[in-house]
Design a protein around this ligand. Structure first.
Ligand code: PEP
Length: 257
């Protein structure tokens, strides 16, 4: 039986206005109880502009909700218009930062080198990366989902020492399942999540691989989360659309009920 605490993280993407974002965290805070937090780590990844308000809510009410950003710059500071550095996120007491989300890879041309640099920037600033990996439909149709995803993992972890890698969260998100309503079967999720853990054991050690949390992401909802979470190598979910509805997100957090 795994000792890994499941991590349910809501990726809000570019959604909710500022007041809606605050109201959303308040709803989660009201609904979630110590029993929930004992069983599951809960995190939200709002747009950058909401992070200060989320921090105020979390600090002011001593909430156990964690939060983080959807991306960060690979650079420390300087002439990088529009970018946000890891130290800025650390000052806002972010715990997590998503790196290499498929929408960043697809629309912003992020490659393995940049993803690797962003992981280094996250660790340099005490942030925990949620590294997103996963194949597109063409790769899945060709049956190459495991080698494709492991190649992304290898590239992302280049020169990352074990003492950092042991805290990483890896989110396996098949691109064809993101925001499409097309969820991977529990067996599909387990195949790749199990392969990711196996590769972590090869790259580092079995002990380290057993510590790392591997999430599944892609059209997770309250109706499908329990079957996915029943897989031995799935330790949580990265949730997009369904995380925008507080009631639905709470149901996902309570996947065991
Ligand atoms: C995501 O964006 O990480 C995601 C999994 O989205 P959705 O749950 O909407 O498929």
């Amino acid at each position: 039986m795994s000792t890994r605490t499941p991590l349910m993280a809501g990726n809000w993407k570019m959604n909710l206005n500022h007041l809606e974002a605050i109201a959303h965290v308040q709803k989660l805070a009201f609904a979630l109880t110590d029993k929930d937090y004992d069983a599951v780590e809960v995190a939200v990844l709002p747009p950058y502009i909401d992070l200060r308000s989320v921090q105020t809510l979390v600090d002011g009410d001593k909430l156990k909700i964690k939060y983080g950003a959807q991306d960060l710059s690979a650079h420390d500071s300087g002439a990088y218009t529009g970018e946000i550095s890891g130290s800025m996120l650390a000052k806002l007491k972010c715990t997590f930062v998503a790196i290499g989300h498929s929408e960043r890879r697809q629309y912003h041309g992020e490659d393995e080198e940049l993803v690797n640099a962003k992981i280094k920037a996250a660790y340099k600033n005490g942030l925990t990366p949620i590294l997103c990996v996963g194949e597109g439909l063409d790769v899945r149709k060709a049956g190459q989902q495991v080698p494709h995803t492991l190649a992304q993992l290898d590239g992302a972890l280049r020169d990352i020492p074990a003492e950092q890698a042991e805290t990483i969260v890896v989110a396996y998100e098949p691109v064809w399942a993101i925001g499409t309503g097309e969820v991977a079967t529990p067996e599909d999720a387990q195949e790749v999540c199990g392969a990711i853990r196996g590769r972590l054991a090869e790259l580092y050690s079995q002990e380290l691989a057993e510590k790392v949390r591997i999430q599944y992401g892609g059209s997770v909802k309250s109706g499908n989360v329990a079957a996915i979470m029943a897989q031995p190598d799935v330790d949580g979910a990265l949730i997009g659309g369904a995380a925008l509805d507080a009631e639905e997100f709470v149901k996902i957090v309570r996947f065991r009920d």
